[in-house]
Design a protein around this ligand. Structure first.
Ligand SMILES: [Zn+2]
Length: 412
């Protein structure tokens, strides 16, 4: 809101249609807020109400807003913040850039809520079924069962033998009671030594069945990274035209969002593939986290946002993404016999295809370079790039669900 100069003499009585027609007025002409303050009543106010902020052409833009010379018109330039916020509902060359990622943000918000509330976790998916199926083994595997009636004591012993296990909701003890009643129903002596030996046997049998719930944090870290990236990008496209300072800040937020999306995309495949190999798990997670932080730091350099650095930007983010091929290949070698490994790799290849294509489109500015001015409102490279990013992230979400199910069912 600090951008409004002495341009009140330039007010034109623009019509509704003028918003959609690239005019030759300069960006300065489009900023007239001071006039509002200086003529509160009468003719000035009526005139003010008629003023629509005009869209301008590429050659009228201040240097910091010139990014793509193949998009010729429909630019907003240095509007007051209120008009910029309202422009989310009007048509200009950033409208679809804002909405493609805003819709993507709400899609991922809905998927996060859905996954957190509807997709079963390790408890409900696995334990009761496994225990029901395997409890019969207890009969055969407990030759040393003593004749005893002190079931509460057995329960206490088991609880101390398996201190880290969460018994609530698993009904292990209830199943034991029901499954082995005849073993405990007669006899009147409790032999402490035999009790100890028996609880050890029970613990050995039950422990492998009681897979602890698989942690969800890598999955939700990715969902958070995707939502941050999509929302940051959407806000960036909406607000960047306000001023050089806002543009500078917003572009950095946008780059940080992209780096966050790429880095957190590694977390589910790396964590769930290598959760039983802490060395590789920590190595890959540490590498990509540091790479992401370094990319954000590098993107803070002023030179990073210059148009001629577009290819460098695309290359850096692409290389960051490509480094994900290493843990995925490693996973394929380790788990070539697991259908889940192939299934997730298929989704990851699809994600790579979407992101790769997106990076090429972003860097080459196809199709607008072939027909400058024809794709200003719809169909230009940045919009295609946005759609491909959402599609790639969605493929990755589907891969994440496969990882969760795999580890919930099989543990390590
Ligand atoms: Zn964008």
């Amino acid at each position: 809101m600090d951008l409004d100069g002495d341009h009140s003499e330039n007010i034109s009585e623009a019509t509704e249609q003028d918003q959609l027609v690239p005019s030759t007025i300069t960006s300065e002409m489009a900023t007239t807020e001071k006039h509002q303050g200086s003529s509160r009543g009468g003719k000035g106010k009526r005139l003010w109400k008629k003023v629509k902020y005009q869209l301008v052409e590429y050659h009228s833009l201040p240097a910091y807003l010139r990014d793509n010379e193949y998009i010729l018109g429909y630019y907003r330039a240095e509007w007051p913040m209120k008009q910029i916020l309202l422009s989310i509902f009007t048509i200009h060359n950033e409208t679809l850039n804002v909405w493609t990622h805003l819709i993507g943000f709400f899609l991922f918000l809905a998927l996060t809520i859905y996954t957190a509330t509807k997709v079963p976790n390790g408890h409900s998916l696995q334990l009761s079924d496994v225990l029901k199926a395997d409890l019969h083994k207890l009969h055969a595997c407990l030759p040393s069962l003593p004749n005893m009636h002190d079931l509460h004591r057995l329960r206490d012993e088991l609880k101390t033998t398996l201190p880290s296990m969460d018994f609530s909701g698993w009904h292990v003890m209830e199943l034991l009671y029901n499954c082995l009643p005849e073993r405990f129903s007669h006899g009147n002596q409790t032999d402490v030594c035999r009790l100890r030996s028996m609880t050890g046997d029970v613990a050995n049998i039950i422990a492998p069945l009681m897979v602890r719930p698989i942690t969800r944090w890598p999955f939700f870290a990715f969902m958070g990274g995707a939502m941050f990236c999509l929302l940051a990008s959407s806000i960036c496209h909406l607000l960047s035209c306000h001023s050089e300072r806002i543009s500078y800040i917003m572009l950095r937020v946008d780059y940080a969002g992209i780096a966050a999306l790429i880095a957190t995309s590694f977390y589910p495949p790396v964590y769930y593939s290598f959760m039983c190999m802490p060395f590789f798990c920590n190595l890959y997670l540490g590498f990509i986290t540091l790479f992401g932080i370094a990319t954000v730091m590098f993107s803070l350099l002023p030179v990073f946002q210059k148009p001629e650095w577009r290819t460098v930007r695309a290359s850096l983010f692409s290389f960051m993404g490509l480094s994900g091929a290493l843990p995925i290949l490693h996973k394929l070698i380790l788990f070539s016999h697991q259908p889940e490994a192939l299934h997730t790799t298929g989704y990851e290849a699809l994600m790579g295809l979407c992101y790769g294509l997106g990076a090429v489109v972003y860097a080459t500015r196809v199709p607008e370079r072939w027909m400058p001015g024809k794709f200003d409102i719809a169909g230009h490279s940045h919009q295609l790039f946005h759609v491909l990013v959402v599609a790639g992230a969605y493929a990755h979400y589907r891969a994440g669900l496969v990882y969760l199910k795999w580890r919930d069912l099989h543990g390590c």
